[in-house]
Design a protein around this ligand. Structure first.
Ligand SMILES: NC(=O)c1ccc[n+]([C@@H]2O[C@H](COP(=O)([O-])OP(=O)(O)OC[C@H]3O[C@@H](n4cnc5c(N)ncnc54)[C@H](OP(=O)(O)O)[C@@H]3O)[C@@H](O)[C@H]2O)c1
Length: 327
């Protein structure tokens, strides 16, 4: 039987459970080891998801010579130190978004991965969702002509909890870094790098953004209008308007299963493409493919995309006056 890539998971919270579940669907990977700061939690997680090794510290996972790649699923502020620990111990890395807290961290992570010839990718699973692949194909065919502007929002209601990951500044809280990253990624994917960034936000008593509105301008006069919030259940859809029509990317646009194509206000085509499992299988397979082929970055989600993403988020943060300890 062909060798299966041995995966480790670091930080066993909500998203780790979903990725562990999707890992079971891959023919090219096995969930080998899991690591928590709490050994019993690791054992419970490992039993549920069939992991061979369950560690009570992150270091034990990175010390295990059997581990090929580690998925980092800790709060944002720890991504940098966790990824550096993995890379320095010779492990490939799939790191949850945002890759780091700021451009300085992300550039250091990329440099470390390159210097050690290790694979590093940010967990922007959107890129690998089959409906996103279809969208890219349609845009390349210029099915809606030249793009004029893009709109995308991401919002859900999360009750204010000053200690929780989403509102606690010490854990990298705020809407922008947690979910605003998706509309921004969408704008980079469809329009590229903006030349002008305007943003405005409402801040919580903990000093992070609970709502952030953004307007990006581009050299070719296109624009992107984006927003994100932790205070309301907004549609979480994306729209691309072109000279010959528009495409709606249905809720939730960051892992869509439906696209609608319109011309002159008329719906002309609906495209439904299911993703597998919770939707993480597609990024898992990309990681497997890249590692098997000795690639240190994904051609579909290259290091440059993570650099651009964090650089745009840094600029938005300057506009809204959001500073973290890591800055
Ligand atoms: N791609 C996606 O769709 C998606 C969705 C949700 C979240 N995420 C990303 O995944 C990351 C984790 O999100 P989550 O919702 O899974 O968070 P979560 O449920 O709070 O889990 C985070 C885990 O990190 C570990 N951790 C280490 N130090 C910690 C500390 N000081 N405080 C709290 N936890 C600590 C804990 O694991 P141990 O106790 O086991 O050490 C905890 O269970 C975030 O960066 C987020 O952006 C991505």
């Amino acid at each position: 039987m062909a060798y299966k890539i041995k995966w480790g998971i670091m930080g066993l919270g909500k998203i780790a459970h979903k990725l562990a579940s999707d890992l079971q669907l891959s023919s090219y990977a096995e969930l080998y080891g899991v690591a928590s700061r709490d050994e019993q939690k690791a054992k419970d997680f490992g039993a549920k998801h069939n992991a061979a090794k369950c560690y009570g510290s992150y270091e034990e996972l990175t010390d295990d010579p059997e581990v090929d790649v580690i998925y980092i699923a800790t709060p944002h502020v720890f991504h940098f130190e966790n990824a550096m620990l993995c890379l320095k111990n010779g492990k490939h890395v799939l790191g949850e978004k945002p890759m780091g807290m700021n451009a300085k961290q992300v550039e250091a992570m990329i440099a470390e991965a390159k210097s050690r010839n290790l694979f590093l990718m940010e967990g922007i699973w959107t890129r690998f969702i089959p409906a996103t692949e279809k969208l890219i194909e349609l845009l390349n065919q210029k099915i809606i002509g030249d793009i004029l502007f893009v709109r995308a929002d991401f919002g859900f209601t999360s009750p204010f909890n000053p200690e929780g990951r989403l509102y606690n500044k010490k854990l990298g809280g705020g809407a922008l870094l947690d979910i605003g990253i998706y509309p921004i990624y969408f704008s980079l994917l469809t329009l590229g790098i903006p030349t002008r960034i305007q943003a405005s936000a409402r801040m919580t008593p903990t000093g992070v953004d609970s709502y952030c509105a953004m307007l990006f301008d581009y050299a070719n006069k296109t624009q992107a209008l984006l927003d994100c919030t932790l205070e309301a259940d907004t549609p979480t859809e994306a729209y691309i308007y072109g000279s010959k029509g528009h495409i709606k990317i249905h809720n939730r646009f960051h892992h869509p299963e439906k696209l609608s194509l319109y011309r002159n206000k008329e719906l002309v085509q609906e495209i439904e493409i299911k993703h597998s499992g919770f939707g993480y299988l597609h990024e898992i397979e990309e990681v497997n493919h890249c590692i098997k082929n000795n690639l240190i970055e994904s051609p579909k989600l290259p290091h440059a995309m993570s650099s651009n993403l964090v650089s745009v988020m840094d600029q938005v943060r300057r506009e809204i006056g959001l500073v973290y300890d890591s800055d």
